[in-house]
Every structure is written in structure tokens, then in C-alpha cells.
Design a protein around this ligand. Structure first.
Ligand code: SF4
Length: 188
């Protein structure tokens, strides 16, 4: 029997996991203080979804394809909207970004969360693809990957439900210089 986390708690989303990877303190600030960074022009442009079927064909994502699929598991208290789910019975997922990025580890975490969410709600996921403009990173989805996502989801939930900010390895780092949440941050 799966553990039930959802009762009395908010959902852990792909956005939470992305924030956590960038800096765990952002998850806490958003949850505890209820503040959100207003979208910049770059963020709006970067969030556009250039779905290019020739790219998905080249990668070999099986059909049928479904775009912007809202998935939710009430039992585990997790939800997200997956850019592309391909296949039937054995699935592949893709997260699509308009531009290349130098640092994309937070998008990779988000993608792995989508793979986990899809595996829980629909069925086994074998590959996950991060599309960054013309560049594609493809990952095999193993039990170890899914276990790591479970660990992150658990940690994110703890942070969201805590009165105290988490420790972060990024306090005082270069990330803080550009961080919009710095003005609310208890770690700097
Ligand atoms: S200012 Fe630094 S420590 Fe604080 S939330 Fe931003 S990145 Fe994290």
C-alpha cells in the first residue's frame, strides 16, 4: 500500500522540485511567506513552448503524443503538467524549453519529477528528454532515478511544512546575487 501524504498538505509540484534544486530556501520562502517572483520578459519568452514534431521524431518518442498533460496523484500529493507524454503502456516524457541554457540542472530535476509522476499515474516511463532549443538531453529512467525523486519530494514536503527555513548550500554563493528572493531570505 502506498503511503498517503496528501491529506492536510498542499501538493508538491514540478515547480517546487525545480526551485528546490536551484535553492531549497526558495521553496520555504514561497510556502511560508507566500511571495512569488513576478515573471520577467526573459522568463515569459523562455517559458514559450516551441513544440517541433521533427525534433520529437528524431529523438524517437513513440506515438501517440499528448501535450501539456495535467497529472495528479492525490494519494502521494504530487502534481504537474507534462509538456509531452508519448507512447502507450511504456511511456516517454519530454520537457521543452525555448532556449539553450548553461545551467539546466533544475530543469533536469523537473523532468525527472515528470517521469516519476507519469510512472505513478499512467505506467512505466523508460526515457525522459529535455529539449533546450535545438539541443536534446535524453535520460534513461531507472529505479534509482525514481527513488531519488521520491527522496526529493519527501524533502520538499518537509520544507513546505516547516516553520523554519532549511539549510542551503547556496547561501552567499553567486546564485544569491541574482536571486529575486534575496530580499526575503533568512539565509543571507
Ligand atoms: S538569496 Fe541565496 S540562499 Fe537565499 S534563496 Fe536566494 S539563492 Fe537561496
Amino acid at each position: 500500500m502506498l503511503p498517503t501524504y496528501a491529506v492536510g498538505y498542499s501538493y508538491v509540484t514540478s515547480g517546487d522540485v525545480k526551485d528546490y534544486t536551484y535553492c531549497p530556501t526558495i521553496v520555504w520562502i514561497k510556502s511560508a511567506l507566500g511571495v512569488r517572483e513576478p515573471p520577467s520578459v526573459d522568463m515569459v519568452l523562455g517559458s514559450s513552448k516551441p513544440y517541433r514534431s521533427e525534433v520529437f521524431e528524431r529523438i524517437g518518442i513513440p506515438k501517440p503524443w499528448a501535450f501539456e498533460v495535467l497529472l495528479r496523484c492525490k494519494h502521494l500529493g504530487i502534481s504537474g503538467v507534462v509538456d509531452l507524454v508519448g507512447g502507450s503502456r511504456r511511456y516517454e516524457v519530454a520537457e521543452v524549453k525555448a532556449f539553450k541554457r548553461r545551467n539546466y540542472s533544475h530543469f533536469t530535476s523537473q523532468l525527472m519529477f515528470y517521469a516519476y509522476l507519469t510512472s505513478v499515474v499512467l505506467g512505466p516511463v523508460v526515457r525522459a528528454h529535455l529539449v533546450l532549443g535545438d539541443r536534446v538531453k535524453t535520460y534513461s529512467i531507472t529505479d534509482r532515478v525514481l527513488q531519488e525523486v521520491e527522496r526529493v519530494v519527501k524533502r520538499v514536503r518537509e520544507i513546505k511544512n516547516s516553520d523554519r527555513p532549511p539549510t542551503t548550500p547556496y547561501a552567499g554563493s553567486k546564485r544569491c546575487v541574482l536571486c529575486w528572493y534575496r530580499r526575503y531570505c533568512p539565509s543571507v
